[in-house]
Design a protein around this ligand. Structure first.
Ligand code: NAD
Ligand code: GLY
Length: 373
C-alpha cells in the first residue's frame, strides 16, 4: 500500500521573469508527492523522470505516483550517482531511454536530484529533438538555491568543468524542503556556501540574517530553510532576469568559483564537493578583493568565520601556485589567457576584474596552509 503523501504547503513562490521563458519557483513542504503540484505543465503523452541511484530509492516512487494523473505514461532513467558521471556516456543514457521508449518532441523531462542530475537532464532536454520542456525538482540545498534556477545546463569535459552545455530554461522549479531531511551533513554545508555567496555580492542584510540564523539553518529548521531558499532564489532571479546569457552581470554569481573550480579539478572531481570548493574559493576571492584595495580585512575575516562555522573548509589545498594558475586559465571568464575574477567591489556589490598574476600568487600563497603540503 502506498503511504499517504503529506499535505502540501506552498510557502513561497518566486517568479523568474524572462519573457516567454518565464517560470516560477515553488518553495514548500509536501509538494513533490502531491498531484496538484504538477498541474498546468505542458501537456504530453509521456514524462521521463531522470534521477540517480541515491535519490531514486528515496523519492522517485512518490513523484511517479503524483505525475501519473497528468501523463499517459511516466518513464524513468536512473543514472549512477556522482560528479564523476557528469559526462557524455552518462548523458547518452538519457537519450537512449528517450529513444528506446519512443518519446516524442513534447515529452516533459523531470530532473529529480541535485545539481548533477539537474545539469545533465537540462542539457538532455536542450538537445533531444532540438529541445523539449523540463522541470527541475532539486533535492539538495545547493540545487534549490542555485543550480536548478536560471537555465545553465552542462556536462564536464576532462579538460574543464561544465565546458560543454547549453542555456535551456526549465518550465518550473519545485523545491520541496522535506527532501533536505535525508541530505548528508557535508552536502548540506556545501549548499550553505552558495547561500552565503549571495550576501557579499548582492545583499549585506541577507548576510546579517544568515549569521544570525546559522544555528537554525544547521538544525534544518523549516522556517529558516524556507526563508534562505526564498531569498537566494529571489536574488538569483533578479540577476538572471537582467542577464540570462551572462553577457555581464550574471558572472557575479560565480563569486569564489574561479579558485573553487581550480580546487575541484586540481584535486580530482569528487574529492572536495563543489560547494566546499566554492566556500574556500570565496575566502580566496575576498582576500584578492582586499589586496586590490576594494574591501577591508574585517570583511574578509567575517566571511571566513561564517564559511568555517557553516562547516566548510577555509584553508586551500596546496596544489602549487603554477598549477592553480594553469587551471584557472581554462575558466570561462578568462580572456586571451588573462585571469579574471569576480571580486567584491564594495560590501553587497560585485564585479569582474582582471588581476595581476603577482597578486593572485600572493593570495594562493597566503590561503594554502602547510598542513596540505
Ligand atoms: P550532487 O548533485 O552531486 O548531489 C550531492 C549528493 O547528494 C549526491 O550524492 C546526490 O545523490 C545526493 N543527494 C541529492 N539529494 C539528496 C537527498 N535529498 N537526500 C540524500 N542524498 C541526496 O551535487 P550538488 O551539490 O547538488 O550539485 C553540484 C553540481 O551542480 C555541480 O556539478 C555543479 O557544477 C552544478 N552547479 C550548476 C549550477 C547551474 O547554474 N547550473 C550552479 C551551481 C552548481
Ligand atoms: N551558478 C552560476 C549561474 O547560474 O550563473
Amino acid at each position: 500500500m502506498p503511504s499517504v503523501p503529506p499535505q502540501p504547503a506552498l510557502l513561497h513562490e518566486v517568479p523568474i521573469d524572462l519573457g516567454e521563458r518565464s517560470y516560477s519557483i515553488a518553495i514548500g513542504t509536501g509538494l513533490l508527492g502531491h498531484a496538484d503540484t504538477w498541474r498546468g505543465l505542458p501537456r504530453a503523452a509521456a514524462a521521463l523522470v531522470v534521477s540517480n541511484d541515491t535519490v531514486a530509492p528515496l523519492y522517485l516512487a512518490a513523484l511517479r505516483r503524483a505525475l501519473q494523473p497528468h501523463y499517459g505514461v511516466v518513464h524513468e532513467v536512473v543514472l549512477p550517482d556522482g560528479e564523476a558521471h557528469k559526462d557524455w556516456p552518462t548523458l547518452n543514457r538519457i537519450f537512449d531511454a528517450l529513444l528506446a521508449k519512443g518519446c516524442d518532441r513534447k515529452t516533459v523531462l523531470f530532473a529529480l536530484g541535485g545539481g548533477v542530475v539537474g545539469d545533465m537532464t537540462g542539457f538532455a532536454a536542450a538537445c533531444y529533438m532540438r529541445g523539449v520542456p523540463f522541470v527541475q525538482v532539486p533535492t539538495t540545498l545547493l540545487a534549490q538555491v542555485d543550480s536548478s534556477v536560471g537555465g545553465k545546463t552542462a556536462i564536464n569535459h576532462p579538460l574543464g568543468k561544465n565546458m560543454v552545455g547549453a542555456f535551456h530554461q526549465p518550465v518550473r522549479v519545485v523545491c520541496d524542503l522535506d527532501t533536505l531531511a535525508t541530505l548528508p551533513a557535508r552536502e548540506f554545508s556545501a549548499g550553505l556556501a552558495e547561500i552565503i555567496k549571495y550576501g557579499p555580492i548582492a545583499d549585506m542584510a541577507f548576510l546579517d540574517w544568515i549569521e544570525a540564523q546559522l544555528p537554525a539553518l544547521l538544525r534544518r529548521d523549516p522556517a529558516a530553510l524556507a526563508r534562505a531558499v526564498q531569498r537566494s532564489c529571489e536574488i538569483k532571479a533578479w540577476v538572471v532576469g537582467q542577464d540570462e546569457r551572462e553577457a555581464g552581470l550574471r558572472a557575479i554569481l560565480n563569486f569564489g568559483h574561479t579558485f573553487g573550480h581550480a580546487i575541484e579539478a586540481g584535486l580530482g572531481y569528487g574529492e572536495w564537493l563543489h560547494g566546499e570548493a566554492v566556500g574556500c574559493g570565496m575566502v580566496m576571492a575576498a582576500e584578492l578583493s582586499r589586496r586590490l584595495g576594494l574591501v577591508d580585512a574585517a570583511l574578509v575575516d567575517r566571511l571566513t568565520r561564517l564559511i568555517a562555522a557553516a562547516g566548510l573548509p577555509v584553508d586551500a589545498p596546496d596544489l602549487g601556485e603554477q598549477r592553480y594558475l594553469e587551471l584557472m586559465r581554462v575558466d570561462k571568464k578568462a580572456e586571451a589567457g588573462d585571469l579574471r575574477f569576480v571580486v567584491i567591489e564594495s560590501p553587497g556589490r560585485a564585479g569582474v576584474r582582471a588581476a595581476p598574476e603577482a597578486l593572485v600568487r600572493e593570495v594562493i600563497a597566503q590561503c594554502c596552509k602547510p598542513a596540505h603540503r
